[in-house]
Design a protein. Structure first.
Length: 99
């Protein structure tokens, strides 16, 4: 596959186009469905054997999973690690173990 120039700006513009078409596409899940449907639409229009289309669809699905995992990993690394607050008071009873 070719090197892509994927950016937040590009994704935001694509989502804007979807919302202009259908305001409910503000929902990320519905926007994702639209984008998947567009890919299916484009593949469906191609003049190639059905087996080749299916193979390309499988490759695109695997690529989509790779991109999703990569973006999710980057997002998690960028997020600050939430640490529990240190307790200001503690209480407990310690009893030595019986041997």
């Amino acid at each position: 596959m070719s090197e892509l120039k994927l950016s937040t700006e590009l994704v935001d513009k694509l989502r804007q186009v979807l919302v202009e078409h259908d305001s409910t596409a503000q929902d990320p899940g519905l926007a994702s469905q639209y984008l998947c449907a567009v890919v299916g639409f484009l593949l469906g229009q191609q003049d190639m054997p059905a087996a080749q289309k299916s193979q390309l669809q499988e490759q695109l699905s695997a690529f989509m999973l790779h991109v999703m995992n990569d973006v999710d990993s980057q997002r998690q690394q960028a997020a600050p690690v939430a640490r529990p607050a240190a307790p200001t008071e503690a209480f407990g009873i310690w009893k030595p173990g019986m041997s």
